[in-house]
Write a protein that binds this ligand. Structure first.
Ligand SMILES: *[C@@H]1O[C@H](CO)[C@@H](O)[C@H](O)[C@H]1NC(C)=O
Ligand SMILES: *[C@@H]1O[C@H](CO)[C@@H](O)[C@H](O)[C@H]1NC(C)=O
Length: 204
């Protein structure tokens, strides 16, 4: 993914804007440990959780096993760019269309994961079926869900482009200010840049 090649600080800034998530604050029901190197171990295992809590961006290891989580809302794990290890086993997964997000996220993230034994619990027709055996036929309602997801990504892209434009405008402003400043310094030593100075007097 090209995203992962961006400098880490740029990812952080963009992510905080996009996902409205924290960088390193521990979600309330979980316990966290800071690593010597940058990052957090987030332990939310065996907490009777029904939903995935708001996870900090710097999560490196994520333990969500043995809870009561049935689904993960699409997009809600995308900001975990530092993740190295995840365990979501021992949850009663509901294999409706939404499970497709978790399944493809687990397939795509380059992390160590305990995913081999993930199984559906509901609906009855898919009970005990391993994730890896799920097919398009099992998830028939999914065609309807795609456009919504696309729309969400489209809005995100627009947001990123807007952010880039704002950064560019700010940068050009800074460059102009720096040039004027350089001219003032030059004037005190009796040299060039009359034009830039005149402009700045006019604007006063
Ligand atoms: C995570 O928390 C659970 C419950 O408090 C505990 O039993 C388990 O040992 C912890 N795991 C890690 C890796 O810290
Ligand atoms: C899942 O698929 C594998 C082959 O890919 C098959 O051997 C296994 O029996 C299937 N398991 C279930 C529970 O359907």
């Amino acid at each position: 993914m090209a995203w992962r090649k961006l400098p880490f600080c740029v990812q952080l800034i963009a992510l905080v804007q996009l996902c409205n998530c924290s960088i390193d604050s521990c979600p309330a029901p979980c316990s966290c440990f800071s690593l010597e190197t940058r990052g957090l171990i987030v332990n939310c295992s065996s907490r009777h959780l029904r939903d995935v809590p708001d996870l900090p961006i710097l999560t490196v290891r994520l333990y969500l096993q043995n809870n009561l989580i049935t689904s993960v809302s699409p997009g809600s794990l995308d900001h975990l760019v530092s993740l190295q290890e995840v365990d979501v086993s021992g949850n009663p997964w509901n294999c409706d269309c939404q499970i497709l997000y978790l399944k493809s996220w687990l397939d795509a993230v380059p992390v160590q994961r305990n995913a081999g034994n993930l199984r559906c619990t509901t609906p009855n027709t898919l009970s005990m079926k391993p994730f890896r055996n799920l097919t398009g036929n099992d998830l028939t309602s999914c065609t309807r869900a795609w456009p919504i997801k696309c729309k969400k990504f489209f809005v995100r892209d627009l947001y990123l482009i807007g952010l880039a434009v704002v950064v560019l405008i700010l940068m050009s402003y800074v460059v102009r200010m720096a040039r004027k400043l350089a001219c003032r310094v030059a004037v005190t030593t009796g040299s060039y840049c009359k034009k830039a100075l005149n402009e700045s007097y006019k604007s006063k």
